[in-house]
Design a protein around this ligand. Structure first.
Ligand SMILES: [Fe+2]
Length: 291
């Protein structure tokens, strides 16, 4: 039947989508069509603006390569990644969770390291860091044998895949919790860093007069059969960008207890103690955003 009005377009598309034999596909795309059409009506989207949107989406793909995931960054900068994280983790009773967004920099196959080892694989100037973690279940019982995947930016604010000065897999490693559910490692204190600004996400942040620096953090991915994979980040409480993180990753649960030993001396060292709680559930590794 010919489409008789702008209202009829939406119904025609929804009827087409509903022909899918995949019920979840029909639900997702149907909702997307309803909201997209409503967005177009609400904003009275112009033809030029639609052309801009085509170009913007195409540029997301063009900016993506093996070491950069612009789609993940765009989702992060819109708060979509954090919203999905908050909806799918925690008990649903609060907005806070022990989880945080994965971000665009996790790599599979980081080196497996002994407890206490260093994440440094090439000279990395910065304040030494000792991180001591413990992992427990929701009854407080330690969990042994958890694979703890750690990654962080260097003190100059770059992950090794962004920085020719750093060795392959520098500041990345995988540890395993001992019988007491503990692990520890040495590294350098992480620094805040600007999210990559060279692509369309950077254009959007500039257009909105948003600052680009993430607060300093360590990333963790905790994996063990029988438990829901815990993906999170831990931030120092004194970082100036806790309140304007461009990817909205900071919840109060994720402020870590960073202390400084021997401040002002050659032996100055930062120590972070943090306790992770894993929920029962499915152990599943995410698709790595970069290679
Ligand atoms: Fe990060």
């Amino acid at each position: 039947m010919p489409i008789e009005s702008e209202r009829a377009v939406t119904q025609a598309v929804l009827r087409a989508v509903e022909q899918s034999a995949d019920a979840r596909h029909a639900e997702l795309v149907g909702a997307l069509v309803r909201h997209l059409h409503e967005f177009i009506r609400e904003t009275r989207l112009s033809e030029q603006e639609l052309e801009f949107a085509f170009d913007f989406l195409n540029r997301i793909g063009q900016a993506t390569n093996d070491s950069h995931n612009e789609a993940a960054l765009f989702s992060d900068a819109l708060g979509a990644s954090t919203l999905v994280c908050l909806l799918n983790n925690g008990d649903g009773a609060a907005t806070e969770t022990a989880s945080a967004l994965l971000g665009p920099f996790w790599r599979l196959n980081a080196p497996e390291l002994e407890n206490g080892a260093s994440l440094l694989r090439s000279p990395t100037p910065g304040t030494p860091l000792l991180m001591r973690g413990s992992v427990q279940d929701d009854t407080g019982k330690p969990i042994a044998g958890v694979r703890v995947d750690v990654w962080q930016a260097s003190p100059v604010g770059l992950y090794e895949n962004q920085d020719a000065e750093q060795a392959e897999m520098n500041l990345r490693g995988v540890f395993s919790t001992d019988a007491d559910g503990r692990f520890h490692f040495e590294s350098v204190r992480p620094a805040g860093y600007p999210v990559p600004m060279h692509g369309p996400t950077g254009d959007m942040l500039r257009k909105q007069n948003r600052q680009s620096y993430r607060p300093a953090h360590l990333h963790f991915l905790l994996f063990r059969n029988g438990f829901k994979t815990l993906i999170t980040q831990v931030f120092p409480g004194d970082d100036p960008h806790l309140d304007d993180d461009p990817v909205f990753g900071v919840t109060a649960n994720l402020i870590g207890n960073y202390t400084t030993e021997n401040a002002g001396t050659e032996q100055e060292r930062c120590v972070l103690d943090y306790r992770f709680t894993m929920q029962p559930g499915e152990a599943r590794l995410p698709v790595p955003p970069i290679k």
